[in-house]
Design a protein around this ligand. Structure first.
Ligand code: SF4
Length: 364
């Protein structure tokens, strides 16, 4: 298969592994940001090929996992309203809110539908003028431009029965929160390649300089990850802390200017609470005042809904790289993909789901 197989070659992988064993002289801890990278690392056993002392931690880069319980509860309240068609990506349906999830609300009679794009929800609003169609907009900078485009189009077409429950989050503020944590264990980052495809690399320079950490923008295939790890380790061993681009086949340093312009036009930066982590200043995207009529929170008056985490779930520690999923006492027993206690066990990008799928019989 073109564009995949060439990034999975065993010989090249072996060469990177040998180079890493030759380069590492002391323990280092790296964090990959994106849940897609976490799944590739666990699936292909990349962490098990590394030299002793070179540790990978899994970061908060799964948007389903970090969407707060409070936001989930707002989604559940809106989805339960008569006349509402609530549209969401499939991963969100089984994520537990305080007491229920979207699937159970759907089973109780609510009109909850899985869509593959916000534009699908917009098309639904056009077809069903007598209904209120709401799109649950979760995701990082990668998916936010499509949400922005849907709202922009709704306003242009005069579709007032469409609205957005905006829950988008931003990666650099989360990286800063991890770096500023006094329990920080991270020496270097593998930044998420797809986020940088949109936003470019500019935001990472100040972080690398302020916290003296190398940041390597990295792709998602095994050879991408091994090369990204090697670039990060080389910087650490040389005493450098720069932003480098492993994923040059997709990422240009300035990013995607039209997508950034669309984000800028529709969204403004807001404070956001991350599930398991807590509030992170300036870490989310909310609709600008000019788009207030398409803001589902405003339209349905749900902004005061509260949220409660499951007391047993340790996903906050997992998302900050302080705990590996198998170290959670509930992993694989009380918490499985069929009976998830936390979002990191539900999402296809969640770290707990990755370990359950690929490591539950073999251990970490
Ligand atoms: S294994 Fe389950 S309970 Fe434990 S941290 Fe992961 S999602 Fe939460």
């Amino acid at each position: 298969m073109r564009y995949v197989e060439e990034y999975r070659g065993a010989e090249e992988a072996h060469r990177f592994v040998q180079a890493l064993h030759a380069r590492v002289t002391r323990p280092w801890t790296l964090m990959e940001i994106c849940g897609g990278q976490t799944h590739a690392i666990v699936r292909f056993g990349i962490d098990q090929l590394l030299p002793p002392g070179l540790t990978l931690l899994h970061g908060p880069g799964c948007p389903v996992c970090v969407t707060s319980v409070e936001t989930l509860d707002k989604a559940l309240a809106i989805a339960s309203r008569p006349g509402v068609v609530f549209c969401s990506f499939g991963d969100m349906l089984r994520v537990p809110g305080s007491e229920r999830d979207l699937l159970s609300v759907k089973a109780a009679g609510a009109d909850v539908r899985i869509v593959y794009s916000p534009m699908d929800a917009l098309a639904l609003a056009e077809r069903l003028p007598g209904r209120e169609v709401v799109f649950f907009a979760v995701g990082f900078e990668t998916t936010a431009p499509a949400s922005a485009m849907a709202v922009h189009e709704a306003r242009r077409r005069g579709l007032r029965n469409f609205s957005l429950l905006a829950a988008h989050v931003l990666v650099p503020p989360a990286m800063e929160a991890i770096l500023a944590d006094r329990n920080r264990r991270v020496d270097g980052f593998l930044a998420a390649g797809h986020v940088c495809t949109i936003m470019g690399m500019e935001a990472y320079g100040p972080l690398a300089r302020a916290y003296r950490v190398p940041i390597v923008v990295t792709g998602f295939e095994p050879l991408d990850l091994l090369q990204g790890i090697h670039m990060c380790v080389a910087q650490l061993e040389d005493g450098r802390a720069a932003v480098e681009n492993q994923y040059a086949r997709a990422v240009r340093p300035p990013g995607n200017a039209p997508a950034q312009a669309m984000l800028q036009a529709v969204f403004e930066v807001v404070h956001r609470t991350w599930r398991g982590i807590g509030p992170i200043p300036s870490s989310g995207l909310g609709l600008r005042a000019a788009y207030a009529d398409w803001d589902a929170e405003r339209k349905f008056g749900v902004s005061a809904v509260g949220g409660r985490e499951d007391a047993e779930c340790r996903s906050g520690s997992v998302l900050r790289g302080l705990l590996k999923p198998p170290e959670c006492p509930a992993f694989g027993t009380r918490c499985t993909p069929e009976t998830p206690l936390g979002a990191t066990m539900v999402s296809s990008e969640g770290a707990c789901a990755a370990y359950y799928r690929y490591r539950r019989f073999t251990g970490p």
